[in-house]
Design a protein around this ligand. Sequence first.
Ligand SMILES: Cc1cc2nc3c(=O)[nH]c(=O)nc-3n(C[C@H](O)[C@H](O)[C@H](O)COP(=O)(O)O)c2cc1C
Length: 345
Amino acid sequence: MRPDLREGKLPTELPSNFAIGPYTITAPVILAPMAGVTDRPFRRLCRELGAGLVVSEMVTSDTSLWNSRKSRMRLDHAGETGPISVQIAGGDPEMMAEAARANVERGAQIIDINMGCPAKKVCKKAAGSALLRDEKLVADILEAVVRSVPVPVTLKIRTGWCPDSRNGVTVAKMAEDLGISALAVHGRTRACGYHGQAEFDTIAEIASAVKIPVFANGDITGAEKARKVLDYTGATAVMIGRAAQGRPWIFREIAHYLATGEQLPEPSLEEVRDILSTHLSELHRFYGEVMGVRIARKHVGWYVKTLADSEDFRKTFNRLDSAEAQHASVREWFERRITRGAKAA
Ligand SMILES: Cc1cc2nc3c(=O)[nH]c(=O)nc-3n(C[C@H](O)[C@H](O)[C@H](O)COP(=O)(O)O)c2cc1C
């Protein structure tokens, strides 16, 4: 019998290393692909802070669009720690195969296929999670991509198209038969968007139906929940999306808890300041100052969201338009809080 998700459980033994093709993944906690979030600077940070694997933002399978600045940034993996996993999105088997090949030429070591994203732009072209409605097309895409590249191919799905049609188990078995090396499952159907709570029953069914590694995804916000979801579903690893925004240290917290049953303390304000400052520098360097400053605003907002009295800081920060001013503002804000904390102690 599966442990009750709500009751929790004492940590049990789990073999935490697992393989995706020739790659050994040493921590069972993975950064989910998030368009507009999991760019190279963020992926690097999450890797350094304990993620066993990170997945890039999706790139379109239409290689004729790869000349845009946005696509070029998404295709850039210079200096990343491997294995480099790149997600592709599209609905045409041959285009997907070509996109996979072209990404491998650019350094991808794992190709991830997006059948889990409900974004309208993607779905209008029958891509992402919209594909789950057409199992024959799913099979054609998987077959074409697996055949086209010498690297492992992974797949990200939702539990089905809509609550009445949860075909996640069928798709998972098909994926395994067609040579997919690992499967990430977001515990919602396409129709569910982000509403309600992610459900883990279908993920548990999928995990027991296939032998390839399964990553449980959806609403996992911390170490204890990660433990409970792994126990409940029998999945190999957890995949974390939104909970990593502004909290990249969540990966080491989860990895440590899964390995030892002990909670790590929250990072100190000094450490948060240092992580954020490094993140800022990387964003400015990667995107250039103008774009980097803009992109930094949302990340900084996420970092400080959970800290008291951050609203005024956020408003001021969002008006700054140079890299130097952003750095100074972060330094000063944290200094004030650190000094206040030291006085109160
Ligand atoms: C801003 C944002 C962008 C996303 N972009 C992608 C994407 O490019 N590809 C994909 O497969 N899923 C994408 N997702 C879905 C996430 O990978 C993940 O499945 C979902 O957020 C549920 O996990 P969470 O509850 O841990 O956030 C995105 C989610 C968010 C919030």
